[in-house]
Design a protein. Structure first.
Length: 421
């Protein structure tokens, strides 16, 4: 996520999204690149969902590596137009809807046939099943699926999730046949796919989507000051524990609220700031009443566009996720902002935080442990600062956008060279 992240495949259907036909946004007429493959400037189709705009920095960096980029997504085209990136709309239903899924596969196959790219890479749960299946209609396209977590199916033990797990594995077994490579963000997902024989021909570990370090630093410096934000949000001189995520149960918000009550008993001046959407999250969202029960020491402010500046307010950044996602982008951003971090032992979080070295890990759904770790960081500021410094250095070295994009560009070149020989 956005800073908030990730795919939501195979949840109960909540609405009937219209399966729109694809459309093109950009200066070039439809099909201009058909049959015009340039070995010096390969054409890459970059496929994602409604938050695909968060990958624009990666697309721009790949363009600097010599690739022609066409973004394919279900979100607002405006950010892509602003960045000068060619964009095609691609609608799909985020929830359980086999008929809509078949229509989406056909729609994506049509885009592949029309564009005839050298490579196509998909992100998020559903697109990474759609692409390999759609690629059967365009055999010259090198299809790359990205596994950034196993989402709802392996985060929940509901009857629906347990029933659909074999379907998920079967679809990926089928998808592996037409996949040129599979990129895994975390080693736990790679091990799972290899254990079940669904990893495909070329499994590759590239940790996370990368964070634009320079862009984040610029946003940090150009955003509102901590004093301005404290005044705007009515925080006074309170200590701040912050989270940035979707306000859902899978993201661990009930556990965080419980931990907040425990922290409040010990340090009543602490304020918990919840940043992220709630109303759009359907039945998995926590209710406003659940938040209100913890007033005034818990304050939910909804989605914001000034996340870097807000993160600078945090005395502790708490990320209580219970969701099987990839590397959470917001953990990388919190580290760059210099906030001491407490998160959970979920595999994507453990890729970033080493317990007791550059932050703390708590079991998911364990409010007493979460509260104890938060209190430790509030009471031991120097140790927290040392951990935060280590986390920032680790992210800059291992998870920078430049590193991740270079790894992807090398993979693309390798696949193209293999296909030509």
């Amino acid at each position: 996520m956005s800073s908030t992240g990730a795919g939501r495949m195979l949840r109960p259907r909540l609405d009937s999204e219209t399966m729109d036909s694809s459309h093109l946004v950009g200066d070039e007429p439809n099909g201009i690149w058909r049959d015009q493959r340039d070995p010096l400037q390969p054409h890459l189709l970059y496929i994602g969902g409604e938050d695909h705009h968060l990958r624009i920095p990666a697309m721009c960096a790949l363009r600097d590596h010599g690739f022609r980029i066409t973004a394919v997504g279900s979100g607002d085209p405006a950010p892509f137009v602003h960045a000068g990136i060619r964009y095609r709309g691609f609608k799909f239903d985020r929830f359980v809807n086999p008929r809509a899924d078949l229509a989406s596969i056909k729609s994506l196959a049509k885009i592949l046939v029309e564009e005839q790219p050298d490579l196509a890479q998909s992100f998020d749960t559903k697109p990474s099943i759609y692409l390999p299946l759609a690629a059967r209609s365009a055999p010259g396209v090198l299809a790359i699926r990205t596994i950034n977590g196993r989402a709802f199916l392996y985060s929940s033990r509901s009857p629906l999730a347990l029933t659909l797990r074999p379907v998920y594995r079967a679809l990926h077994k089928l998808a592996a046949r037409t996949t040129a490579a599979t990129v895994f963000e975390i080693s736990d997902d790679r091990a799972f796919f290899e254990r079940h024989g669904i990893a495909g021909k070329m499994p590759v570990l590239i940790r996370g989507a990368g964070v634009d370090v320079d862009g984040f630093d610029r946003a940090l410096m150009s955003g509102p000051s901590p004093a301005q934000l404290r005044q705007e949000l009515g925080l006074g001189d309170a200590e701040i524990v912050m989270t940035v995520t979707r306000m859902t149960r899978q993201k661990g918000i009930p556990a965080l609220l419980d931990a907040a009550a425990r922290v409040h008993q010990v340090r009543p001046n602490v304020r918990f700031l919840l940043v992220g959407p709630r109303e759009s999250e359907g039945p998995l969202a926590i209710s406003q009443a659940e938040i209100d029960r913890h007033a005034p020491y818990v304050k939910a402010i909804g989605s914001r566009s000034d996340i870097p500046a807000l993160l600078r307010l945090a005395d502790v950044f708490a990320f209580p996720t219970e969701y099987r996602e990839g590397v959470p982008r917001v953990l990388l951003e919190a580290a760059l902002a210099g906030a001491p971090i407490v998160t959970t032992t979920m595999p994507g979080c453990a890729e970033v935080i080493r317990d007791g070295w550059n932050g703390f890990l708590a079991p998911p759904g364990a409010p007493p442990v979460l509260a104890a770790k938060i209190l430790y960081l509030l009471e031991n500021r120097e140790k927290g600062r040392v951990m935060a410094d280590r986390a920032a250095k680790h992210v800059r070295q291992e998870f920078s956008l430049a590193t991740v994009v270079a790894d992807h560009a090398a993979l693309y070149r390798k696949l193209i060279d293999r296909a030509r020989h």
